[in-house]
Ligand binder design. Structure first.
Ligand SMILES: [Zn+2]
Length: 260
């Protein structure tokens, strides 16, 4: 089901949602009360154009950042992994443990069977588990009932917290509202390295993520969907780098809250 290019449709350019999310992100420090919904609050929508691969889609909920992140995130990096769990997830957990770091794992439902203990380990060690849908469809192509099913099925097989990340970064008003109504806050990202591309190398991923590092950054990497040995290698260098730079690497607190 998941290809090596798990987060971009084959043959299409990568969604530009990340850049859009960074532009529309409301800095926590200057956010006004009206633009700071609670973790389960109403999501505001950007009126801008979507990414090249999803031109008619509202690219991201404007409220996603202040809704999901605490205000005291100076010198904090939020590391997130999509498309797992997989054989690489235990390696990521070992690296996190070794470096006093945590991450948020946005899991795919079809990947869960046989890896329940990995998810339990991740949670016990202070990581967060979010919802990345049952089998990674583009939610903007589905009807409301199908979107609901995609999110609900994951919650039936794993203890996912109240956060979701749309596959391909593709979220529109309908999918966003369905997710929020079910208690899943869409969480996008501010920096990524396209580590799912077959041409990605560990050193390029390391370089790109270092360049995207800043206080409150939400970093998107992948622990599933293909050969992620390069990502593991990059993370093994990034975690000591962040520590040396004085950054705490944390899971997203709002995603750790039980959705039950
Ligand atoms: Zn994905």
């Amino acid at each position: 089901m998941l290809s090596a290019a798990a987060c971009s449709p084959p043959g299409e350019p990568a969604p530009a949602v990340a850049e859009t999310a960074a532009v529309t992100m409301t800095p926590v420090a200057s956010a006004t009360p009206s633009s700071r919904p609670g973790p389960r609050g109403e999501v505001d929508w950007d009126s801008g154009k979507g990414s090249p691969s999803h031109p008619n889609v509202d690219p991201s909920p404007v409220g996603w950042y202040p809704a999901a992140f605490p205000a005291d995130d100076s010198r904090t990096v939020y590391l997130t992994f999509d498309d797992g769990p997989s054989e690489y997830t235990p390696q990521m957990l070992r690296l996190l443990r070794k470096n006093d770091a945590n991450a948020t794992f946005f899991i795919v439902g079809t990947q869960v069977a046989g890896r329940e203990s990995v998810i339990r380990d991740a949670l016990r060690e202070g990581n967060a588990i979010g919802n990345h849908t049952w089998d990674h469809p583009d939610l903007t192509t589905l009807r409301s009932a199908q979107i609901k099913d995609q999110l609900a099925r994951v919650a039936e097989v794993a203890p996912v917290g109240p956060c979701m990340r749309p596959p391909y970064g593709a979220v529109h008003e309908v999918s966003g509202r369905v997710a929020v109504a079910m208690g899943f806050q869409p969480v996008m990202w501010t920096g990524q390295a396209f580590d799912w591309r077959p041409t990605a190398t560990a050193s390029q991923v390391e370089k790109d993520i270092k360049a995207a590092t800043r206080p409150g950054a939400v970093i998107l990497l992948h622990d599933g969907g293909g050969d992620r040995s390069g990502t593991v290698q990059a993370v093994s260098r990034l975690l000591p780098f962040w520590k040396q730079q004085g950054y705490a690497v944390k899971s997203i607190a709002a995603c750790r809250v039980s959705s039950g």
